[in-house]
Design a protein around this ligand. Structure first.
Ligand code: MG
Length: 390
């Protein structure tokens, strides 16, 4: 038995090891950011991870209790950086499609580069491999940023020149539930947050029931996400006006993304900011959203990662559009990556790591609900022991 096999057997990790692929002989799982093996080769590895949610997650389209995730790692010259692809099923990517994509990156892109500082050129090549696969691309981008930040010894908010004190409070999602008792329990559990987020877009009765349950207990400001659920512009405006009287501060994706003229009509009349989420995937979408929405929601899993997210911040600023940063159900890896742009956004929805029960990393912390960016290299990640092998 090889040393590696003996190590894995001793650590009880044979089963977990079978779930991750790596191109060549890899040193045993390590926790240190500085690894023992020094090589100029950019080496990409990855491993499946199933995020288990604290509550059944229901939005206007679906319900689920787990989120498939792939954790990635890129090593170079004795350093390591972690990344992540998180894949809510409605977005079309799977762990298998991420594996296939990352294998292409490992075999066809990374061998062309001898250092990770060329994030720009590497990500242009990665992006060209396929039209979509945005979460898989983010797994590469985030790992490269963590790696470069670890090498430099600085966090990305600092490299980008942002003031961490500008980072806002995150909202925290109260998911839909048919039971009043469960909703009340969720409201109580969220008492720490300064901003609640509520997913609407169901029937008028259910939408108003959720808001009324919350307002019976607290006047905490609420962000609304209708997830394209309101199909008629007049109905949508009635709902927005009703919500505006109940200490709601913004509405995310009220109508289907293809109803562009109707959304522009609503935005023109809305007393609350209307923000594009499903309608805004990548940088190139933004110019078409000017005049249709007041702002955009940037999510790393949609936009291929931190590099493009930073560009989206600049473009939205140039177009005088408002900015929100959001997330899928993600571990602290992707949440800490997204948090790096938090100083430049008006609203943050970065509660993904708080919604899962088995986070495999420590990273960005909320202090009284506020995003707190620490002066730690890269994404400021610490791997929790015993959860993943990578
Ligand atoms: Mg949304």
């Amino acid at each position: 038995m090889s040393d590696r096999r003996q190590f894995l057997k001793a650590a009880g990790l044979m089963t977990a090891a079978a779930a991750f692929w790596h191109p060549r002989n890899l040193f045993a799982a390590n926790t240190a950011k500085k690894t023992k093996v020094a090589t100029n080769k950019l080496d990409l590895q990855w491993e499946n991870f199933m995020g288990k949610m604290k509550y059944t997650f229901t939005i206007s389209g679906s319900s689920r209790t787990t989120t498939p995730i792939v954790i990635s790692r890129i090593t170079w010259n004795g350093y390591a950086g972690y990344g992540e692809a998180a894949m809510p099923p409605y977005l079309g990517e799977t762990q298998a499609s991420v594996h296939e994509f990352l294998k292409k990156v490992a075999e066809n892109v990374l061998p062309k580069f001898d250092n990770p500082f060329r994030i720009e050129d590497i990500m242009v090549e990665v992006d060209k491999l396929a039209t979509n696969n945005t979460a898989a691309k983010a797994a590469v981008d985030i790992a490269l940023h963590d790696l470069v930040g670890n090498i430099i010894g600085q966090p990305w908010w600092k490299i980008w020149g942002f003031n961490p004190e500008d980072a806002p409070h995150t909202c925290y999602t109260i998911g839909y539930d048919a039971s009043d008792d469960v909703v009340n329990e969720k409201i109580e559990e969220a008492s720490w947050t300064k901003i609640l987020k509520v997913k609407l877009g169901m029937t008028e009765k259910e939408d108003k029931r959720m808001i009324n349950l919350i307002r019976a207990k607290t006047n905490t400001v609420i962000c609304i996400d209708a997830n394209q659920g309101w199909k008629d512009k007049h109905y949508a405006l009635d709902m927005v006006n009703w919500l505006a009287e109940r200490n709601v501060n913004m509405i995310e994706q009220p109508m289907p993304k293809l109803l562009i003229e109707e959304t522009a009509w609503l935005t023109e009349r809305s007393p609350l900011p209307i923000i594009a989420d499903e309608a805004c995937q990548r940088l190139t979408d933004i110019p078409n959203l000017k005049g249709v929405y007041h702002g955009i929601n940037i999510k790393l899993m949609k936009c291929t990662g931190m590099r493009e997210a930073r560009e989206m911040v600049s473009l939205a600023n140039a177009l005088h559009m408002k900015i929100m940063v959001g997330c899928m159900t993600e571990t602290s890896v992707a949440i800490s990556a997204a948090a790096q742009i938090a100083p430049k956004v008006e609203w943050a929805d970065l509660d993904g790591n708080y919604l899962i029960a088995n986070d495999c990393f420590d990273g960005m912390k909320l202090v009284d609900g506020r995003i707190t960016l620490e002066d730690k290299p890269g994404l400021g990640l610490t791997k929790k022991p015993g959860i993943i092998s990578l």
